[in-house]
Write a protein that binds this ligand. Structure first.
Ligand SMILES: C[S@@+](CC[C@H](N)C(=O)[O-])C[C@H]1O[C@@H](n2cnc3c(N)ncnc32)[C@H](O)[C@@H]1O
Length: 218
């Protein structure tokens, strides 16, 4: 076979692979139990693995809901494991009243409002007073708000709580995590990366009160 034909075959094979990857990883095409979800396929088994391994979690809080795919996945996990669950968004996405959503009473667990506006007190109270610890906070705000969301709301957690953040390294990166010095312990990042997950899990290992004061008082 001539080197030119061989090269052409390699290029065609690579293009096919890229098309398959795009098909599999396209957010617009992802669904959980037929509800739209903005997660990569590999992220859900990694969540399952995480929740199976860290068995002391008592509450999960999702920021934010969108079309309820991930909210339903987390609500199911919480229901099965006897955990508290809430999900926040400033828009009521589709799917709050599907049969599965009704079964899990998702509407009662959904808080409508701006995270930095009318929902702020509710979120603060849940994380600091109401919900049993350890809490797992999932930061998955939109493209523009994730760094702020991460920096502001992680400070409401206490030692022993967990945080998961989506869209690494696109909407959140090393600098956002480095902001908290060594207060956040990274959990299994290398393993997550190998399987193509873009969700990272961390544990709070030092008090974050000073960071909260910086954010509140400037
Ligand atoms: C990336 S989607 C969430 C995806 C969802 N967690 C999932 O996995 O399917 C981003 C959502 O952020 C919401 N959002 C953006 N800024 C917000 C704010 N300040 N307060 C509440 N919700 C906000 C938008 O309404 C949108 O639904």
């Amino acid at each position: 076979m001539s080197p030119k034909i061989k090269m052409k075959q390699v290029v065609v094979a690579e293009l096919e692979q890229a098309k398959t990857r795009k098909f599999l990883w396209d957010f617009g095409g992802q669904r959980f139990m037929n509800h739209r979800i903005a997660q990569y396929p590999m992220d859900l088994p990694m969540w399952e693995r995480f929740l199976n391994s860290i068995s002391d979690i008592k509450s999960i809080v999702e920021l934010v809901t969108a079309n309820c795919g991930m909210a339903l996945f987390l609500a199911l996990q919480a229901y099965q494991r006897g955990m508290e669950f809430r999900t926040f968004d400033w828009e009521e996405g589709e799917n709050l009243d599907t049969p599965l959503s009704k079964l899990l009473c998702l509407r009662d667990k959904f808080i409508l409002g701006d995270l930095w506006g009318d929902s702020l007190d509710i979120l603060t109270n849940l994380l600091m007073n109401e919900f049993p610890h350890p809490i797992l906070l999932f930061c998955d705000d939109g493209v523009t708000g994730k760094e702020d969301e991460f920096r502001d709301f992680v400070t409401l957690l206490q030692v022993g709580d967990y945080v998961a953040v989506h869209d690494w390294p696109y909407n959140i990166s090393e600098g956002d995590i480095g902001f908290f010095g060594d207060a956040l312990e990274r959990l299994w990042w290398e393993q997550w990366e190998v399987v193509g997950s873009i969700t990272w899990f961390m544990r709070v290992v030092k008090p974050l009160d000073d960071y909260r004061n910086i954010l509140v008082n400037g």
